[in-house]
Design a protein around this ligand. Structure first.
Ligand SMILES: [Zn+2]
Length: 398
């Protein structure tokens, strides 16, 4: 059996090769300085690659921090841009799917915490469950967790959220260049979208580990390891990208051109911690606005032009209202859990100049929120100056 070692890989960006090591770690979903448990052979290979590269001058570009566009900082500017835009690039993370009942991986009580609770001793690093070598060794634990994602407690398969429907609406209106999702739940496709790149693959289909045939993933029992119907002994492994595996073809095929063509970038519910989207945000031309919609500020040291902090569903609801996209979609099978009046109701939020909007459920400590509001505005009276509706935005019929 391969021996497992614990190690901590530090990278020094100023040393030749240091940036390459940082990118290497990022490419396997790890951050420099994190403690890893990896096979001794892998560890040796990384160290040897690092030493080889260190001897050469750096050959790759070094990403620089993104600075915000000062003229693009308000919701009015965003609404104008969405209205005129034809090439919006969306980056989607777990926050877009949490209201569908799917656990976020990294947040407190999220999937990684659940794995730790269930398999503490076996997987003190829960990411090992998504490691290609570990899967080969024992696929059982992976399938138990996959079952939880495909069929969460409550036994109802998850459906698209208001955030997915907002994205589908953008595609329908021919405003969406592409949606780069980090989620493997397939909810973008369920919402009717086609312009989707699954950066981490998808749970919707599975491929046989023996004959490489692909099948729609079947929901089976938590203790069932799905086998190839041809009886070739292969396991039907869901088509998600495991640590140590290559990025999907459609990512590689589209990303260069999309980064060049996008006229607006919108990030929905992503921690921006995982490769490849962690580095994607630094690759757009500096004139292209990037808007963050998330429960907390992420992606530092990069700056985003507008930061709308709160639940994705709530924020897109407000955007739809300001865009005057009437809610004429009648949901046939997808039952919307939100009250029917959602398109009319304005959401209460605080504007924290120059570019931050705090919606309900923002992940900021109340004390800090008070302090930041006090710092960000000239006096206590102005705290509420942008609460609720923006009267300067044309509103139609209400
Ligand atoms: Zn097969």
């Amino acid at each position: 059996m391969a021996s497992i070692v614990r190690c901590r890989l530090e990278s020094e960006p100023d040393v030749p090769g240091g940036q390459i090591l940082a990118e290497l770690l990022e490419s396997i979903g790890r951050l420099p300085g994190e403690e890893l448990r990896i096979r001794k052979m892998t560890c040796d290979a990384i160290v040897s690659a690092y030493l080889t590269q260190s001897a050469q001058p750096p050959s790759r570009h070094v990403a620089t921090e993104r600075k915000r566009i000062k003229k693009f900082s308000t919701m009015e500017a965003l609404i104008d841009r969405i209205q005129s835009s034809k090439k919006i690039l969306a980056i989607v993370g777990a926050g877009a799917s949490t209201s569908a009942g799917l656990p976020d991986f990294r947040s407190q009580g999220g999937l990684y915490d659940q794995i730790k609770a269930d398999y503490g001793e076996q997987f003190d690093d829960p990411r090992l469950l998504f490691d290609a070598a570990q899967f080969k060794l024992d696929p059982g634990p992976f399938f138990r967790v996959a079952h939880r994602l495909l069929q969460p407690p409550g036994n109802k398969p998850p459906g698209p959220t208001p955030c997915h429907r907002f994205l589908a609406r953008m595609e329908e209106m021919d405003k969406l260049l592409r949606c780069y999702t980090q989620n493997v739940d397939g909810l973008e496709v369920k919402a009717g979208m086609t312009r989707v790149v699954h950066c981490h693959g998808t749970l919707s289909t599975s491929t046989c580990t023996s004959c490489s045939s692909t099948f729609p993933t079947q929901v089976q029992g938590p203790d069932t390891i799905p086998k190839c119907p041809t009886n070739d002994g292969g396991i039907l492994k869901p088509d998600i990208v495991f640590f140590g595996q290559d990025l999907p073809m459609d990512y590689k095929k589209n990303v260069e051109r999309d980064v060049r063509d996008a006229d607006l970038v919108m990030i929905f519910g992503s921690s921006l911690k995982v490769y490849p989207v962690a580095s994607l945000v630094t690759r757009f031309p500096p004139r292209v606005p990037i808007v963050l919609i998330n429960r907390e500020v992420v992606g530092r040291p990069n700056e985003f032009d507008i930061e709308m902090l709160g639940d994705c569903d709530t924020i897109v609801q407000e955007l739809e209202r300001l865009l005057d996209w009437d809610d004429d979609d009648d949901d046939e099978e997808e039952v919307d859990q939100r009250p029917k009046t959602r398109a009319i109701e304005a959401i209460q939020y605080d504007y924290l100049p120059p570019n931050r909007y705090l919606f309900p459920n923002v992940s900021i400590d109340p004390e800090e929120r008070r302090r930041r509001l006090a710092e960000g505005s000239p006096g206590p009276e102005s705290n509420k100056r942008s609460r609720g509706t923006h009267s300067e935005t044309p509103s139609n019929g209400d």
